[in-house]
Design a binder for this molecule. Structure first.
Ligand code: NDP
Ligand code: MG
Length: 382
């Protein structure tokens, strides 16, 4: 039996994970967490009977405690509660489905404790790639990608020699504004941006998909996961989202992983690795599908992809600035404080005003995060 902890269990990835392991005797859920959705967390805890649960928003602690008063479940709260859970070494796998850069510390804590991490929280690698990679090199614990593109590449690389990779080709749908002229980007509304053509996801990543910062983060995620030079990581637009990504080898051969765009497939792979399990819910039918098409990404319309490449090339603390400013700007856009086109412009400006620091330890990451937070909150008058 696999003992699993799920951080962010009330979100899109978290709930899909629990659906997959519902009634599955191969898994024991050891802990769950939410930010503020106390009702759902209580229901999940009653159903899966974990050893512990954590609510990050401290003001919800008493409601959670009251809701589970008849159950023998440890109740924790705050970021310290999450860190406590992530540091436990009595589990086999942590599924990190937190959203935003706050997911980085739990990833690190679990790896330090020798626990494998199924990683949905790509921001962990964007802000903490260098120290996470250091931890991976000295420890036995591993990262299993959950993000569909990285799961695809992972699956394509099984049995292959890394030195024989010519390039990784990350596919992206292009989001809801692929065909919208740049001249109309200034009138994009929140409702339009939240309406993704192929994927049903949490609101933060849906906005990141609309600006294509999601693809930018995925370039950085691929860089740290697969340890290849930046110029070997390419992006191609594939509007149907059937090919989830590809690897081109030195002999010209290309391997691709395909399937219906549904996150349960990569989640299931990460949960059960190195095995595959039966699931016939999302079969892809070639004969019923429309054609598979490909386009060049437009860096002028989707400046966020270029900003992510720039941040990765500049290195040091630049990817942290990219991530922190993006998180705050997406939140501001969702709260009607800034417009859609201002998101990349604020990030660009913040990167231009940033002096990089060497990320030697976790404190240097925290320092850059808090300096950047202050900078952008002052700018946005938040
Ligand atoms: P959601 O917004 O749907 O869920 C996020 C989860 O994290 C919820 O449980 C939420 O709790 C909790 N949470 C939110 N903020 C905090 C915080 N500050 N501290 C601790 N917990 C917090 O996100 P998704 O499931 O869509 O995405 C999770 C991660 O997976 C992201 O990094 C995303 O980029 C990545 N990903 C998602 C995909 C998808 O299809 N959704 C696809 C590929 C990657 P509460 O419910 O209480 O708010
Ligand atoms: Mg993805």
């Amino acid at each position: 039996m696999k003992r699993i902890g799920i951080l962010g269990s009330t979100g899109s990835i978290g709930t899909q994970t629990l659906e997959l392991i519902n009634n599955n005797d191969n898994f024991k859920v050891c802990y769950l967490s939410a930010y503020s959705n106390v009702e759902l967390l209580i229901n999940q805890a009653k159903k899966f009977n974990p050893d512990a649960v954590c609510i990050v928003k401290n003001s919800e602690f008493l409601r959670l405690k009251d809701g589970l008063k008849n159950f023998d479940i440890e109740i924790l709260s705050g970021d310290t509660g999450i860190e406590n859970l992530a540091s436990r070494n009595n589990i086999d796998l942590l599924l990190n489905a937190l959203v935003g850069y706050s997911g980085m510390v739990p990833t690190l804590k679990a790896l330090e404790s020798g626990v494998d991490v199924a990683l949905a929280n790509k921001e962990s690698l964007v802000v903490g790639g260098s120290i996470i990679q250091k931890e991976l090199s000295k420890n036995n614990a591993k990262l299993f990608p959950v993000d569909s593109e990285h799961s695809a590449i992972w699956q394509c690389l099984i049995g292959e020699n890394k030195n024989e990779i010519n390039k990784l080709i990350l596919t992206g749908s292009g989001g809801p504004f692929r065909k919208l002229p740049l001249s109309q980007f200034n009138s994009i509304t929140k409702e339009q941006a939240l309406n993704h053509p192929n994927w049903d996801m949490g609101s933060k990543i849906t906005i990141d998909s609309a600006t294509m910062m999601n693809k930018g983060f995925e370039i950085i995620e691929a860089y740290w996961l697969f340890n290849l030079p930046i110029d070997k990581i390419k992006v191609i637009i594939h509007p149907q989202s059937i090919i989830h990504s590809m690897v081109e080898f030195i002999d010209g051969s290309i391997k691709a992983q395909l399937g219906t765009p549904n996150m349960t497939i990569p989640i299931n792979f990460a949960l059960n690795y190195p095995n595959r399990t039966f699931n016939d819910s999302y079969r892809f039918d070639f004969l019923k599908s429309k054609s598979l098409t490909f386009e060049e990404p437009d860096f002028k319309k989707f400046k966020c992809i270029k900003l992510a490449y720039d941040a990765l090339k500049l290195g040091g603390s630049y990817p942290i600035v990219l991530n922190v400013v993006n998180d705050i700007c997406v939140d501001a856009f969702l709260n009607d404080k800034i417009s859609f086109i201002e998101i990349p412009n604020f990030i660009d400006e913040a990167m231009q005003n940033h002096n990089s620091t060497n990320l030697t330890n976790i404190e240097s990451i925290f320092n850059t995060i808090s300096e950047t937070k202050k900078y952008i909150k002052d700018k946005l008058i938040l």
